[in-house]
Structure formats: C-alpha cells, structure tokens
Ligand binder design. Structure first.
Ligand code: GLU
Length: 168
C-alpha cells in the first residue's frame, strides 16, 4: 500500500464533539475541530489528514450539506475515511453515503460524541479511537462507531430518549 492509499482522511462536519460552551451566552457553539489534537495526543502513527467540511449541529444540515459530504467521500482518493458528525442525523448521512463505500472500495466510518471533546467526561476520545480502529479493519462500506459498537450504516438509529445508538 502506498502512503497515500494508507492515509486516513478525517472529514469534520461539526456536532457536539466540537462544541464549545460560552458561559456568558449560556449556549454552545461549534469551535475548531479537536480531532487533529486528539489523534496527536494519542500518538497515532498512521498517516492522517483532517479536512473541515462544515461546522454545524447535525439538525441544521441541509440536503445541500449532505450532498457535499457525499461528494467529498466520492471524490477523496483515500480508501479510509472517518467523518465526525452530530449524532442526531448521523444515521441519515450514513444512508446518504450508502453504496459509495462498497462500490468504490472505501471504508467510511461516521463518529461523534454525546458530550463535547473539550469536556473531561466526554466519550469523544474513545469514540474517535474506535473509528480509527474500524476504518483500518472494517470491510469497505459505511459504518457508525458509537457506544462501543461498530454498526452497519444502513442498520442503525439513534434512540434519542436513551441517548444511545441501537441496531435498526
Ligand atoms: N443536535 C446535536 C447534533 O446532532 C446532537 C448532539 C450531537 O452532536 O451529538 O449535532
């Protein structure tokens, strides 16, 4: 495998994983992505590249935004792609990417966090670690790495009441 084929491409789209808390405003905003820093802290030895696509809560993603994510996956030369994404509509984006993964021999893993990475008790580093592992080991196709589980991207939903992902 060449260095390029080996490289993990991380596309960031926003979501809680990258949220910042503005105390004075009592609201969250999406800040610079923490993804590169988390991978550097973990001393990830795989070549990787982080590309910011957008900074949005996933409830605010439009059809055009989702089409841009699909296009970025299709056009990337990489065979290993991790997408950070808000959890509320992560399964919708996984379905939109759909067959591209398997058809183009790409392993695509979507991941997010239920608590911001900037919080001490966040699931972000664990989830991102799972996604980086899955993108190197899962078959071509689309996957979601959440709650300690690798779900097939077309057979998963978020259970909002329980705040967890489950098979669908
Ligand atoms: N509304 C948020 C989103 O989907 C939910 C929390 C999260 O990011 O996981 O972007």
């Amino acid at each position: 495998m060449t260095e390029m084929a080996n490289e993990i491409l991380l596309l960031t789209t926003g979501g809680t994983i990258d949220k910042l808390y503005f105390d004075a405003l009592s609201e969250y905003r999406i800040g610079d992505s923490v993804v590169g820093r988390l991978l550097a802290t973990a001393r990830v030895a795989q070549p990787f590249r982080v590309v910011e696509l957008m900074r949005k809560d996933s409830l605010e993603l439009t059809d055009e935004d989702r089409a841009a994510i699909v296009q970025a996956v299709r056009e990337a030369p990489n065979a290993r792609i991790v997408i950070t994404h808000g959890t509320d509509t992560m399964a919708d984006t996984a379905r939109a990417i759909g067959g591209i993964g398997a058809a183009e021999n790409k392993t695509v893993v979507l991941v997010g966090a239920l608590a911001p990475a900037r919080f001490a008790e966040s699931d972000a580093p664990f989830n991102l670690g799972m996604a980086v592992a899955a993108v190197q080991t899962a078959a071509p196709g689309v996957w979601i790495a959440m709650n300690g589980t690798i779900f097939p991207g077309d057979k998963v939903r978020k259970n909002r009441a329980a705040n967890t992902f489950e098979a669908a």
